[in-house]
Design a protein around this ligand. Structure first.
Ligand SMILES: *Cc1c(COP(=O)(O)O)cnc(C)c1O
Length: 387
């Protein structure tokens, strides 16, 4: 017997881990910094780490009270009803729930390209089909209602990533509202704000709730995660904020206890530690400004905790940086073979990444492997890697 036809399904390509890379290169993990997966360089909130340790002795129980408490805390943070918060196993889990709640077999979802791979993977698991709209390099990856409407064709779900991974661009709320207005009544617009904390913008929750002068509506949901600004990627915790009209569906789509006891306890401690989030956001702002000012290649403006850099040949540059101890994300798998994405690190990590990248760019150019500036080779003797 075989699994069903999975030929449309592709494996998720995660940023590479230090252990994995060190083992492969036969080197010591301590020689590397990893700026490939948009993780929090400060780690989790210390309060969350304590909560995880304290929760260890109670993991024999199913998470019930902790789930209810965290739901209430998150609802309070957004000033919405508890039933509008759909806690899940990571933001990815919330993506699944929204698809479970919307897709009939053969329904389509419309996703940005380049973009986050899991939207399409999840839609396919739920027997949906995937269509794409393009975010264009020619317009510096600008996102307007038109960006999505150009390809929109009555899809059941339209995904907007703001700030967008991997480019860092955002879609202004007025444009999100216009997009929701101009799509069918039966189209759910999901605004993925996995990087929302890093952007100096209002959340699209304002559109759901009818705040800031917008009319309340039932066709937008917002996705958030504890993986990025809260530094809890390893515990897997995220959620959707949905319109009141969608509240009842949660009990019908929720995998029982998918947000674990450990995740809920850590999340409860983390939402109370505003200082940790503020420090994280401040570090990301400084880091991305520093990278824009000092990298010897084009760096797009970003509102996330990462920047996209035009390096000419992403796979050569990423591989050589890795050899020199800095792991970044080659964006070829996003359909951007000229770009790498660098996560904002601590000051020290960011400086090391910039120095390494600038050296690699200079050396590869000298070597004639790339022509980032179209400059002729200056020093044919230069020592470069075997890549
Ligand atoms: C990281 C990320 C998520 C969610 O990640 P989880 O770790 O599953 O919470 C969702 N969308 C985008 C665009 C992301 O980059």
């Amino acid at each position: 017997m075989q699994p069903r036809d999975l030929s449309d399904h592709v494996a998720y390509e995660a940023g590479r881990g230090i252990e994995e890379v060190a083992r492969e290169l036969g080197r010591d993990p301590s020689e590397f910094v990893k700026l490939a997966s948009n993780e929090n360089p400060h780690g989790p909130s210390p309060a969350a780490a304590v909560a995880l340790r304290d929760a260890a002795s109670s993991v024999s129980s199913y998470p019930k009270a902790a789930h209810a408490d965290l739901t209430a805390a998150v609802a309070d943070r957004w000033n919405v009803g508890d039933e509008q918060i759909w806690l899940a196993n990571g933001g990815d889990g919330a993506i699944d729930y929204l698809h479970r709640a919307t897709l009939e077999p053969g329904d389509t979802v419309c996703v940005p390209t380049p973009g986050f791979a899991y939207y399409g993977m999840s839609a396919r698991y739920h027997h949906g089909e995937v269509r794409e709209y393009a975010i264009e390099r020619e317009t510096d990856f600008e996102q307007t209602a038109e960006t999505a409407l150009e390809s929109y064709d009555g899809d059941r779900v339209v995904w907007v990533t703001s700030p967008h991974n991997p480019t860092g661009s955002t879609m202004p709320l007025a444009e999100i509202e216009r997009l929701a207005d101009e799509t069918n009544d039966e189209t759910l617009l999901v605004v993925d704000e996995a990087y929302g904390e890093f952007a100096d913008r209002d959340s699209a929750v304002a559109l759901i709730e009818g705040r800031e002068g917008y009319d309340a509506r039932d066709d937008i949901a917002v996705l958030r995660t504890f993986s990025k600004a809260y530094g809890l990627a390893g515990v897997r915790l995220g959620y959707a904020v949905v319109p009141e009209e969608w509240s009842e569906a949660y009990a019908r789509v929720n995998t029982p206890f998918a947000a674990s006891e450990l995740a809920c306890r850590a999340g409860l401690a983390a939402v109370d530690d505003e200082e940790h989030v503020e420090r994280t956001v401040e570090t990301a702002r400084e880091s991305r400004e520093y990278m824009r000012e000092t990298i010897d290649a084009h760096v797009w403006e970003s509102e996330g905790n990462f920047v996209l850099v035009d390096v000419g040949d992403a796979s050569a540059v990423a591989e050589e940086m890795q050899r020199r101890g800095v792991i970044v994300r080659d964006c070829s798998s996003f359909g951007l073979p000229a770009c790498i994405r660098i996560t904002c690190g601590t000051d020290e990590e960011t400086e090391r990444a910039v120095e390494t990248l600038n050296d690699v760019l200079a050396d590869l150019e000298t070597d004639g492997d790339t022509d980032a500036d179209g400059e002729p080779a200056m020093d044919p003797e230069a020592e470069v890697s075997d890549t």
